[in-house]
Design a protein around this ligand. Structure first.
Ligand SMILES: [Zn+2]
Length: 316
């Protein structure tokens, strides 16, 4: 790898797609975001992606070695994307499509795995061997890393913590099942919890004047910070559910650390204090205080850096 080599890292989320132009040392020297339009055809996405990449790379095209993509439902071994929840793209070979379109090497992986790769190469997991990476965004992505190897499973689709079930919870998930973790612990899950609380509680709240589609998780965080009790309670319940679930995975996996990233991590103490408490309450004595919680810097997009690192690892 030469000093002037450049890589594109692309993080395709259910709401937005982030494109970063990255150097071999993990410095992001350019970044752009566009709406994914996950409910529209993949052609619309491809046009927006090409336009954004060309704008970013501009006159530096000769130094560009390829693109790495992280997105939900992606299979890194096949380069395919299988019917991701929140998207209408169906079953597509994304790597082939983008390679044909942009005439560059393209590597694809699951979004949570991209974050884990980014954390391992440039972030909070540089010193870790065995950890769980969780991204709290539109949904809940997760990745399990054992002795520096991402656990892919038999078909490259292991690590779907977001669709494990919570006992006695019945919320409908976009995957078609009920009671999945991400229906509670995600940006959209928090908003659903706020509206349930608005119905069941009489606490005064600034959010009573808002409609469901007007509320964002960022706004809930902002109200929690301003002392809105109902917003704080929504995060308390979310944190308790997450902590209880994480105890299951700590028992199974015995990680050194759990790294948490994504927009919802900005809720800070409102989410993480009840989470840590519930985690500790539910751990066996032999597992208590053995697993660190590391909150990722929300201003660094490790999914983009990890996606770009796929190219670094695969081209000369
Ligand atoms: Zn589900």
């Amino acid at each position: 790898m030469k000093k002037e080599d450049l890589f594109l890292g692309i993080d395709i989320g259910g709401t937005n797609t982030v494109v970063g132009l990255v150097t071999g040392t993990g410095e992001m020297i350019g970044k752009n975001t566009f709406p994914t339009f996950a409910g529209k055809s993949i052609k619309t996405f491809q046009q927006n992606l090409e336009k954004t990449c060309l704008q970013l790379v501009n006159s530096r095209k000769d130094h560009l070695l390829g693109l790495g993509i992280g997105m939900p439902g992606a299979n890194s071994e096949k380069g395919t994307v299988f019917n991701p929840v929140n998207f209408v793209w169906g079953d597509v070979n994304l790597a082939d499509m983008i390679r044909d379109q942009l005439k560059l090497p393209v590597f694809v992986t699951n979004d949570a795995r991209a974050s884990a790769l980014g954390e391992m190469k440039f972030g909070n997991a540089v010193d870790l061997q065995t950890f769980i990476q969780i991204t709290l965004g539109t949904g809940l992505g997760s990745s399990f890393v054992s002795r520096k190897e991402i656990i892919n499973g038999n078909e490259g689709i292991a690590g779907e913590m977001g669709h494990t079930k919570i006992i006695n919870k019945n919320r409908m998930c976009k995957c078609g099942k009920r009671g999945c973790l991400e229906t509670y612990v995600s940006a959209s899950g928090v908003i659903r919890t706020v509206f349930e609380l608005l119905g069941s509680e009489t606490i005064d709240s600034h959010m009573r004047d808002l409609s469901f589609n007007d509320l964002s998780s960022e706004a809930v965080t902002s109200w929690a910070e301003k002392g809105d009790e109902l917003a704080q309670k929504a995060y308390l319940l979310t944190g308790e559910i997450l902590g209880e679930k994480l105890a299951d995975f700590v028992h199974i996996f015995n990680p050194e650390a759990i790294i948490i990233s994504g927009g919802l991590a900005k809720a800070g103490k409102f989410l993480f204090e009840p989470m840590k408490h519930a985690l500790n309450e539910n751990l066996l004595p032999s597992h208590k205080n053995k697993t660190q919680i590391r909150i990722s810097d929300p201003d660094v997009n490790y999914a983009v850096l990890g996606a770009a690192s796929l190219v670094m690892n695969n081209v000369e």
